[in-house]
Design a protein around this ligand. Structure first.
Ligand code: FAD
Length: 396
């Protein structure tokens, strides 16, 4: 029987696996990461490449290795030699460099060897184990499961947008191939960092770009105040025992639809040069014709375009679909009225089931989905394993 099955080989799953192996010495033979990607972090790589982002929004200490300074150390002398490895402020790593570092972490802990290429379809809980049924028909038996499934399986698809038309695509849809190959007039829908970065990438590649956003450009360095990473805001959050109130605190804390200053500057520059038109409005209707689309906005404006790229984020419902629904039903797992797990301090949802990312939000707060959230989830899991071992020692 395995010790740990981590469901999801994204930023969270990879970091948690590295910490379980490197920090508490879980034997690699007793751990698996189940993810359908050809390689670990596939979804992260695809999404970030699509946006054309050059640097991360988060600082260098938010990385996947055990030691938060590892990314800076990895840069070593390269830092002086190579410009652009980090962007100010807060030493935000370039995407390529961050990804190289992720590869090193995966290599150091030999995580590719524990990667099982499959989707988990079902988890059955019994008193001494979890049986994990895979899309390949295989079954794994494990003492513990971590749900590290992220939130990206359900891109937010507005009602007015037709499905099945290759000229209307969500940039984070599975198998997205809607990037224009020749010069086109493209309408990007959305007002956050991904919409901004996609617009800038389209400009770089010579397209005519209109961005339709419900609001003007909103600037915030991070997607929530860094005080949420420590006691400044988390103390009050954890003191609140009403999980519905915690949900509203998370909602209020998130700078949804915002861009960091460098993206704002680049967008303003492109707007001044007439390369991007930023249109504030709400799409009401989209009518397709042979040469493209007519888009009607609620205020009456009408836009013409050849392609629509949706950068409208992800649906806010609890992720995990049937897999998580079944788990909840089979073991009567506690959920808040928003549907998200109510877990304890160790992120345990059931004696054998732990969560991270969006599923851990009601315990870790607004940064739970980010790289910083992966680090904090791993801190809790490492502490849980250590405490289990201490208790087991006492019993013996
Ligand atoms: C474009 C973009 C840029 C971002 N930039 C930053 C940044 O700079 N800094 C920062 O802190 N955060 C950033 N984020 C936010 C966050 O860190 C990322 O979304 C990160 O990828 C989340 O990691 P994850 O492991 O939770 O989810 P994912 O990377 O989505 O990984 C989850 C994995 O679980 C798999 N999975 C789901 N269901 C199952 C199942 N049933 N069985 C098996 N596998 C399953 C999925 O296929 C996927 O591979 C960014 C997000 C995006 C989209």
């Amino acid at each position: 029987m395995l010790d740990w099955v981590i469901i999801g080989g994204g930023i969270h799953g990879v970091h948690i696996a590295a910490r379980l192996i490197g920090e508490v010495g879980i034997d690699r033979e007793h751990i698996r990461i189940v993810d359908p990607g050809d390689r670990l972090l596939e979804r992260w790589r695809t999404f970030t490449a699509t946006t054309g982002m050059r640097h991360l929004r988060s600082p260098s200490v938010h990385n996947l290795d055990m030691n938060p300074w590892s990314l800076m150390q990895f840069a070593g002398k390269r830092r002086e030699r190579k410009k652009g490895l980090f962007a100010p402020p807060f030493n935000r790593p370039s995407l390529d460099f961050f990804n190289d570092h992720c590869d090193t972490v995966i290599g150091t802990f030999e995580l590719s060897r524990v990667h099982v290429r499959a989707k988990v379809e079902q988890c059955s809980l019994s008193c001494d184990r979890v049986s994990v049924v895979l899309s390949t028909g295989e079954q794994l038996s494990t003492a513990n499961v971590v749900l590290a499934i992220g939130s990206a399986e359900r891109p937010n698809w507005p009602q007015w947008a037709p499905t099945g038309d290759p000229r209307v695509q969500h940039v984070f849809s599975e198998g997205f191939d809607g990037w224009p190959r020749t010069r086109e007039r493209v309408v990007v829908v959305g007002g956050g960092i991904s919409a901004g970065q996609v617009a800038l990438r389209l400009v770089d590649e010579g397209h005519d770009v209109q961005v339709v956003s419900r609001h003007g450009i909103r600037e915030h360095q991070f997607d929530s105040d860094p005080g949420w990473l420590g006691p400044r805001h988390m103390k009050g959050f954890l003191r609140e025992s009403d999980v519905d109130k915690r949900r509203s605190m998370i909602r209020d804390a998130r700078h949804k639809g915002s861009v960091p200053p460098d993206v704002r500057r680049a967008l303003n520059h492109a707007i001044q040069k007439d390369q991007v038109q930023w249109i504030e409005g709400q799409v009401e209707d989209l009518h397709s014709h042979e040469s493209g689309f007519t888009m009607k906005l609620a205020a009456g404006d009408v836009l013409e375009g050849q392609r629509v790229l949706l950068a409208t984020g992800f649906a806010s419902q609890r992720p995990g679909g049937r897999l998580v629904d079944q788990l909840v039903d089979s073991a009567a797992l506690p959920c808040a009225s928003c549907g998200y797990p109510i877990v304890d301090k160790t992120l345990q949802w059931h004696p054998r089931v732990y969560v991270s990312g969006p599923l851990a939000e009601l315990e870790l707060g607004p940064s739970s989905r980010n790289i910083a959230g992966a680090r904090r989830a791993a801190d809790r899991l490492v502490a849980a394993v250590r405490s289990q071992r201490r208790n087991a020692g006492r019993v013996r």
